[in-house]
Ligand binder design. Structure first.
Ligand code: GP9
Ligand code: MN
Length: 685
């Protein structure tokens, strides 16, 4: 035994030994921080394995730089690298406690809003155990200074550090490929900084974020106000005046935007297991006072939900790669719906039962001018309240009412559901319809979660009625994107009782519901072709808000002059006559491929293609060049992100101050949450 310790000690007395000790200590404290300071949502053995593995490659790489050096220098450099990495870890712990997200270069360099928000409260949020992330340094320095470990001044054979550096690359490669296999699109789609840290670690995250920021910054730096000219020219040439018959019919009403996760149009009136899958939404769809669109398409790219949110509230397209909310949400200037409505006297709030960092909502919503962001942190948590990405819809919608009733009216409230999300998991007690029988596991649970979502909507609408809010509100429903992707053609054919399902059919399958429901609204099923990009101009017209001065790529769906060209992010399109998929053109009505084009058809298709690519590239230019920072629409005051905080204590305080304002709570004199009836089994216990 004694011999063993002697051996270990003499190993630590070598440069290599000290290096190994430093890595082991750094690894232990990082894992400690992962488990106790962050909420990374690690699920399953692979993610646990990757979490344990991911501090190693980068730590080995960084520390190995020091062992190329000679003598004492090598130890000093190693400690300096250790200090810097530890400070990075420490800063993230503090930032995370406040914002449930990691620091980004944009935040550090940018508006100073980190300092602004964090500075004041740093003393208040620090806890003694945070300093444990410096413990390894203290140990190392102590061991050296009391000479329990001696400095080894010999130079290492160059082969050893080289092998170690190579090993770090190998390890990183293995880490990355396992991570990509567990979560495809990890680096390209960038859902959430939490994911990058969970899979690749804090050091890789800093590089990843740095590269991303540098890239975005470079494009932004080279853009200038004259780039706006082509955009404005296009806007003037393509402006469609809205339908005056509908102008202002919803003036002054509250607005509910109900985000139906992964909900496709085909579900409307769809029957399975001898029952309607979505009876509540079907009812709303067919009601006299609902304007329903049956040729409304989702137009999202990789940003999925984030792209849908961006289009709906800005009438700008998502980017061809990644998510604009992530790359540009923090730093860009926007003229978004929440801000526009704020300035017309509305209170704006977004509700979502997932962590605030997902899709960078916590930062983007500030740029969009949201007064409130009620993320999962605002809701009561219990083990069985969550499934998949966040809270179960029934519980989420019910628990949102306590905040809704405190919002000064008129308000603009966006409720983002999430249970009907791939892979369509639902616990037994909530299943009220059997799975479909296509044999495709990804597809067959879809009707179960869709039905659950539908029931939650039924319960919510019931509450609106009981509280009288339905008379004072316009309720907008939309499906954000497909639930069943083009990779499941066989199963979809079976589901729809068709003998084939090809690329053309899949394009038509991108229809999602869009419904505007309001007491007294002249409704009906409208067959106009359009998509998510058109929602904002349509809504603005109903609310009686002029938006000609804004840069928006969509147009009022109710206008006779609405173009009916539905642009997809990849350059494909659908119009009432034509559908383009890749390099093929189809007749939209018959689904027949157009092999021989007449010269007039060719000309028409060229014009449409031209329109599609022009609007996509102009929209991209606006986002990547941050062009709206040069634009001052008449009557709009620029949003100052520093004015916003989604910290729970701040929001709750702000809500308390609304008690004398025109809230539902003030009207009724007592909370309306008891009026909410739900059959959520989790709440009965
Ligand atoms: C998570 C949710 C899912 O917060 O919005 O996003 P998606 O995967 O649908 O893009
Ligand atoms: Mn989604």
């Amino acid at each position: 035994m004694k011999n063993f310790f002697k051996k270990i000690r003499s190993f630590f007395n070598t440069k290599l030994g000290f290096f190994v000790l430093a890595i082991v200590l750094f690894w232990i404290k990082t894992v400690y921080a992962y488990y106790t300071k962050f909420n990374l949502g690690v699920k399953g053995s692979m993610q646990t394995f990757l979490l344990l593995l991911n501090p190693l490659p980068t730590t080995i790489f960084l520390f190995s730089i020091a062992i190329y050096m000679k003598g004492r220098k090598s130890y000093i450099y190693l400690l300096i690298i250790d200090v810097i990495s530890s400070i990075w870890l420490f800063s993230n712990i503090l930032y995370y406690r406040e914002f449930s997200d990691f620091l980004t270069m944009t935040l550090i360099k940018g508006s100073g809003s980190v300092g602004n928000n964090l500075g004041k409260s740093i003393a208040g949020i620090i806890v003694p155990t945070d300093f444990l992330v410096f413990l390894d340094l203290v140990i190392l320095i102590l061991l050296l200074s009391i000479k329990l470990i001696k400095v080894d001044v010999r130079k290492l054979n160059w082969k050893i550090p080289t092998i170690i550096t190579c090993l770090s690359f190998l390890l990183f490669g293995a880490n990355l490929s396992l991570a990509q296999a567990d979560r495809s699109g990890l680096l390209t789609r960038t859902f959430d900084n939490n994911y990058i840290v969970k899979y690749l670690g804090l050091n890789s995250y800093v590089v990843y974020d740095g590269v991303k920021t540098a890239k975005t910054q470079a494009v932004k730096a080279s853009a200038n106000s004259s780039d706006l000219k082509s955009v404005k020219k296009y806007m003037n040439a393509n402006y469609v005046s809205p339908n005056v018959e509908y102008s202002g019919v919803a003036k002054g009403k509250n607005v509910f935007i109900i985000h139906l996760e992964s909900f496709q149009q085909f579900l409307i009136d769809f029957k399975w297991d001898n029952q309607e899958v979505t009876p509540n939404l079907n009812k709303i769809y067919h009601e006299q006072n609902t304007l329903s669109f049956d040729n409304f398409f989702n137009q999202v790219g990789q940003g999925k939900t984030a792209d849908a949110e961006l289009m709906l509230e800005n009438s700008l397209f998502g980017l061809s790669e990644g998510s604009a909310m992530v790359t540009s949400g923090t730093s860009n200037t926007f003229q978004a719906a929440p801000a526009i409505l704020n300035q017309k006297g509305y209170t704006s709030a977004s509700f979502h039962g997932d962590v605030p960092s997902f899709w960078n909502r916590d930062n983007t919503y500030k740029s969009w001018g949201y007064d409130y962001f009620f993320s999962s942190e605002y809701y009561k948590k219990k083990k069985d309240y969550d499934i998949g990405y966040g809270m179960k819809d029934k519980i989420f919608l019910k628990d949102s009412t306590k905040y809704i009733e405190q919002l000064p009216q008129p308000f603009y409230a966006k409720l983002i559901t999430v249970t009907n999300h791939y892979p369509y998991l639902l616990d037994k007690q909530n299943q009220t319809i059997s799975k479909t029988n296509t044999g495709d596991d990804t597809v067959d649970g879809y009707v179960q979660t869709a039905k659950y979502l539908d029931q939650s909507i039924g319960e919510f609408m019931d509450w609106l009625q009981k509280t009288g809010l339905d008379k004072k509100s316009v309720v907008v429903f939309y499906g954000d994107h497909y639930g069943i992707s083009g990779n499941h053609k066989k199963a979809v054919a079976k589901l729809l009782n068709k003998d084939k399902f090809n690329d053309f059919d899949n394009t038509q399958f991108q229809r999602v519901p869009f419904m505007i429901h309001m007491d007294g609204l002249k409704g009906g099923i409208n067959h106009t072709y359009g998509g998510e990009i058109d929602v904002l101009p349509t809504l603005m017209n109903l609310l009686g808000i002029k938006d000609k001065q804004y840069i928006q790529f969509g147009s009022d769906l109710l206008s006779k002059n609405h173009s009916q060209i539905v642009t997809f992010r990849n350059g494909d399109f659908v119009t009432p006559e034509y559908t383009k998929v890749g390099s093929s053109y189809y007749d939209t009505k018959t689904g027949k491929i157009l092999k021989k084009l007449t010269s007039s058809q060719k000309e028409e298709l060229d014009n449409i293609s031209n329109h599609v690519t022009t609007e996509l590239s102009l929209s991209d230019k606006i986002i990547t060049g941050d062009l709206l920072r040069f634009y001052n629409p008449e009557g709009f005051t620029k949003v100052n992100k520093k004015d916003y905080s989604y910290k729970k204590s701040v929001a709750l305080k702000k809500l308390k101050e609304t008690k004398d304002k025109n809230t539902l709570l003030k009207e009724t004199g007592e909370s309306t949450t008891d009026k909410y009836s739900t059959d959520a089994p989790e709440l009965e216990k």
